[in-house]
Design a protein around this ligand. Sequence first.
Ligand code: NAD
Length: 484
Amino acid sequence: MADVELTGHALFRSGYLVDGEWRNLSETFDVVNPATGDVIAQVAKAGRSETEAAIEAATRAFPAWRAQTAKARSEILNRWYQLMIENKAWLARLMTSEQGKPLKEAAGEIDYAASFIQWFAEQAKRVNGEIIPPAQPGSRILATREPVGVVAAITPWNFPMAMLTRKLGPALAAGCTGVIKPANNTPLSAFALLALAQQAGVPDGVLNAVAGNTAEISDAIMASHAVRKISFTGSTEVGKTLMRNAANTVKKVSLELGGNAPYIVFDDACLDAAVNGAIANKFRNAGQVCVSANRFFIQDGIYDRFVNKLAEAVKSLKVGNGAQEGVVVGPLIEPAAVKKVQQHVDDALNKGARALTGGKPHALGGNFWQPTVLIDVRDDMLLTQEETFGPVAACLRFHTEEEAIARANATPYGLAAYFYTQNLQRVFRVSSRLESGMIGVNACSVSTELAPFGGMKESGLGREGSVLGLDEFLEVKTLHLGGL
Ligand code: NAD
């Protein structure tokens, strides 16, 4: 995209947002296109004082926003949803420019992101309370659900719009106001969404946004008594820090953290479904997905057929700039990500794994990595111990169901797990024992606004989407009435 198509567009924002006003700063940071290395924008580098101003604006806006009827908030959310869909083509090009994923995937993410706004526009009208039978005659007990207050939403770069709307949909529906801190690699997607929220009628001060000096922004948020809730999506390491820091002011915390998803293929699986699922699951967003399979456990009887068929399919995946037609695997987000993938693959190869295809940086150079299938991978390699976040399918062999379950669970993470089998008893037996918040059975996707999304163990706390997503932004207040 020519620069002017990007930076000259009516939805382009590079400042920080407080009280409905986009403000600039003399200090900026660069946003880089991961496919080309070009600087696509310079964004205001906000820090402590800008964040404090954003929190104050959200605090001032809270009483009026919570006082609106749920129906009025729902109508605004519905308009926001419509505007996202109407502007999908441009938003997708913006996202591809700063995040790298192929255009088709970017457009898919916008549909997915918008679906949370639409879903919570409906749920806004269903924040019902309870009437509880009292213990004493002449009394009543009522439990109501109320917005928690000012919320801070901190989001990662891999799904720069969807990770934000999964939080803002329920937060606004509940009547909360907030401060948004998108990742510094991808602030433009988040800011464009907020520009649309303004167009949709979200009042000034309800949503405020800062990016730039992460440490100062984080300190200001965590020190604030006004911020009552942190909703974070990102790495487990940062999630743990935020959880510790939230203790000082006893903020509510929701955490969507890292994963180390097992993908188990039993001998009785449909081979084609298992291979197609593996491609869709592992190579989407160049493998930079929290619910991406990180360990492919393949049973003896199907192992050779599965890995060979997978490698053949992987060889045909077209790598390149996501803005180009036909590209299905884009670049990794930045040089540090390439370094991590290289370190994990080298460690595996040095310890005896073999590459059926790939295994090296791509000839395109820069942030591109060859789609890779590794076999003879073991449980003690970096690839299987840590989240690799790259287009690398690590294949491990197993013998029995019992063994597959034990090895799948042998990780501190518990976000997503997948398995392929055509045995109905096994479906229930295995899914009941896998320690994961979400399980795909003969299904490679677990992401929809309709169902709870979230992890067990060190993959997080709380759930997004579904009817549960709203509860994360609500407090229960109990009213005891006497003398009736
Ligand atoms: P990250 O933890 O480095 O950053 C996430 C966000 O937190 C960014 O906005 C970043 O600027 C901010 N941040 C970093 N340090 C901070 C601190 N000390 N205080 C406050 N904020 C801080 O993660 P990332 O590299 O952007 O994203 C990739 C990670 O996110 C992966 O681990 C992935 O699995 C996880 N993720 C999880 C989900 C989920 O739903 N469970 C979804 C997407 C990504």
